[in-house]
Write a protein that binds this ligand. Structure first.
Ligand SMILES: Nc1nc2c(ncn2[C@@H]2O[C@H](COP(=O)(O)OP(=O)(O)OP(=O)(O)O)[C@@H](O)[C@H]2O)c(=O)[nH]1
Ligand SMILES: [Mg+2]
Length: 616
């Protein structure tokens, strides 16, 4: 048990004195040995189903060093992911103020990078604490002024990172660079070219993790859907090895020409590549429709199961009540559900350890039997599309009778984490009544808050690295000039409140054409806007929500002090009884509302049958 506790804080404690940390050992010398089980490349047809495109993962980030032929003949290219040797990522974190925020974000970024690992039979081969911290660097924050349209970072930072990558080569190299920010397709492609490595942005990495951790068919379908929609926004015009211009998101290709050309961008005449872009889009949409249709089938089955549970009721004759356990990723949800139900749900320090929702039954002090639902965790800057793709899973939360919000009380940025969770709940359509009725669990109280003084925080080491890397000085100097800126049995029973038309609409909004060439940084903001942007976080997209859901925005969240809460250490079994009593109490006052819905026979939500739209 003690060992597990130390795991939790491992990334913080073991941060080196310099933020530029190069692992000394266990670096792979073969950056190209990952193979992806999940085919997500719409450009190629599946060997198992030649009439249908198969999909190699996302932008196939680890395929970079294996030049792709023209897409027609690149069919055979398949990448496997070796669970025993996960990809090595170099983490680029932008500088944030205050230091505590930077520390929290860097810690999360390192944890994300180390979380990308395939499961074997639902388990990981290694303990997270046994893993080396990924190499990383803190760089000037482009958001402090305005991000460069072409590369996000300024040229000095790009050069600095390149120097780090060169230095790492002699130590075995890395497989890809993880930029802990949301990049546009153009920025991603340009950085890949400058750094000679695949680049994953925050959204890309989170989707990769979802894919790697998904276990059930349902979770896999949803992860693939998320990957697909992400990929759609990454299509840029490229020149393949044959010299022919094409559209794609993968392979070693050169970014060419100016923005908009061939992408149907505003103010530009469509180029010769347009039909090809359309072809790729169509293939993506076909695959999306098939995925939506399969997800729809799963949802229908889950809805029936759920309705049956509600009808037949629990041991006391009442309908089986569901309590959804929600919270930021790694807050301890699975550990808590396990402790309460005396089961052994998988918990792990890796982020998004749980992607497949699970239900466990527990008897409350009153004798009432309820189901606890452990579900996927949330994270800051989660793009709205990702939430939508996981809608089927998150329906469990929307449909729950009561929400229990688990908060990691030892997290330095717990307020931000709390806010993030509340926003996502609002986004997925949880009613104001349920938000107001929510219970909070302040978990991990066994972890003493370690107040770290400023000098205990690691220096980012940029100065040191700058000395070793000519051309990097500019950024470093610029960063100093900048003003401080102010970021079992019941598994997977799913019912929907939002129709899949909502999902469709949201996905359709993400047409996300990107211009096809390296952009001039001189164009700045205007150019970024024109290219349709990358995936946006929930905040950015809120105004795009349907009206009925937008209104939820006005909800004033309950303040922490006014929220009924229990303090727990899930891992030590502390505070569990108090929590069960609190849940009991809440449900007693909630029973009348439940009754009417229990008696109601389940019918498919209106319009569900027509939910899987066919693209025009
Ligand atoms: N010290 C301490 N560690 C805890 C406590 N609860 C959970 N943990 C640890 O925190 C880590 C994450 O726990 P999980 O239960 O997997 O967290 P989760 O919220 O389900 O995470 P995701 O499924 O990834 O969203 C694991 O290493 C747990 O052992 C606690 O009360 N105290
Ligand atoms: Mg979990």
């Amino acid at each position: 048990m003690l060992r597990t506790i130390s795991h939790v804080r491992a990334p913080l404690r073991s941060l080196p004195q310099t933020l530029t940390y190069l692992p000394q050992s266990s670096l792979s010398s073969n950056p190209n040995h990952f193979t992806f089980k999940l085919p997500i490349d719409p450009l190629h047809s599946s060997p198992s189903n030649p009439s249908f495109p198969s999909f190699s993962i996302l932008t196939a980030p680890f395929s970079h060093s294996a030049p792709r032929q023209r897409h027609e003949d690149a069919h055979a290219e398949e990448f496997n992911r070796d669970p025993s040797s996960p990809p090595k990522l170099f983490v680029v974190q932008r500088r944030l103020r205050p230091d505590t925020l930077l520390q929290a974000k860097l810690n999360e970024a390192l944890n994300l990078a180390n979380s990308l690992e395939e499961q074997r039979d639902g388990y990981f081969d290694t303990e997270l604490c046994d893993k080396e911290l990924p190499p990383h660097v803190v760089v000037q924050n482009p958001e402090a002024r305005s991000p460069h349209a072409d590369t996000y970072f300024g040229p000095g930072t790009v050069e600095t990172v390149k120097c780090h990558l060169n230095a790492l080569e002699s130590k075995g190299g890395v497989d890809a660079v993880f930029v802990n920010a949301i990049l546009t397709g153009i920025q991603q492609r340009n950085l890949e070219r400058d750094w000679g490595k695949p680049v994953l942005d925050r959204v890309g990495l989170i989707i990769e993790i979802f894919n790697a951790h998904a276990f059930t068919k349902e979770a896999k379908l949803q992860a693939e859907l998320a990957a697909l929609m992400y990929k759609k926004t990454r299509l840029v015009r490229v020149r393949g090895p044959s010299g022919r211009y094409t559209f794609g998101a993968t392979g070693e290709a050169e970014v060419v020409s100016a923005r908009g050309r061939g992408s149907g961008g505003r103010g530009f005449i469509s180029g010769a590549g347009e039909p090809e872009l359309q072809l790729q889009r169509r293939r993506i949409l076909e695959r999306r429709n098939q995925l939506l249709s399969e997800i729809q089938g799963v949802r229908r089955t889950r809805a029936l199961q759920r309705a049956a549970r509600k009808r037949h009721g629990g041991s006391h004759g009442q309908g089986m009540t569901t309590v959804a356990v929600v919270g930021y990723t790694n807050a301890g949800k699975s550990t808590l559900v396990s402790a309460l139900s005396e089961s052994d749900l998988y918990s792990d320090d890796r982020l998004f350890a749980t992607v497949d929702p699970k239900l466990r039954s527990v008897i409350l002090p009153s004798g009432r039997k309820v189901l606890l639902s452990d579900t996927v965790g949330f994270i800051a800057d989660l793009p709205v599309q990702l939430v939508e793709a996981f809608h089927a899973t998150l329906e469990e939360v929307v449909e729950a009778d009561l929400l229990v919000h688990v908060i990691d009380s030892s997290a330095p940025n717990l307020d931000e984490q709390r806010e993030t969770v509340l926003k996502v709940l609002e986004q997925i359509g949880v009613s104001e009544e349920k938000l107001q009725n929510m219970i909070e669990v302040w978990n991990k109280i066994d972890l003493q808050e370690e107040e770290m003084g400023a000098d205990e925080y690691p220096d980012d080491g940029e100065d040191d690295e700058v000395n070793n890397c000519s051309g990097a000085e500019d950024d470093d100097m610029a960063s100093k000039r900048l003003s401080e800126e102010q970021v079992d049995d019941y598994d997977n029973d799913i019912v929907s409140e939002l129709s899949s038309e909502d999902l469709e609409k949201s996905m359709d909004d993400q047409q996300g054409d990107y211009s096809d060439g390296r952009l001039s940084s001189g164009n700045g903001q205007e150019t970024l806007d024109d290219q349709g942007g990358g995936w946006e976080s929930l905040d950015d997209q809120r105004s795009e929500l349907p009206k009925d859901r937008r209104s939820v925005k006005e909800v004033s969240y309950p303040q922490p002090q006014s929220v009924p809460h229990a303090k727990t250490s899930a891992i030590m079994g502390v505070g569990l009884q108090e929590l069960l009593e609190l849940i009991d109490e809440k449900l007693k006052t909630h029973t009348v509302v439940e009754r009417s819905s229990f008696d109601r026979k389940w019918r498919p939500p209106r319009g569900e049958e027509a939910g899987v739209a066919v693209e025009d």
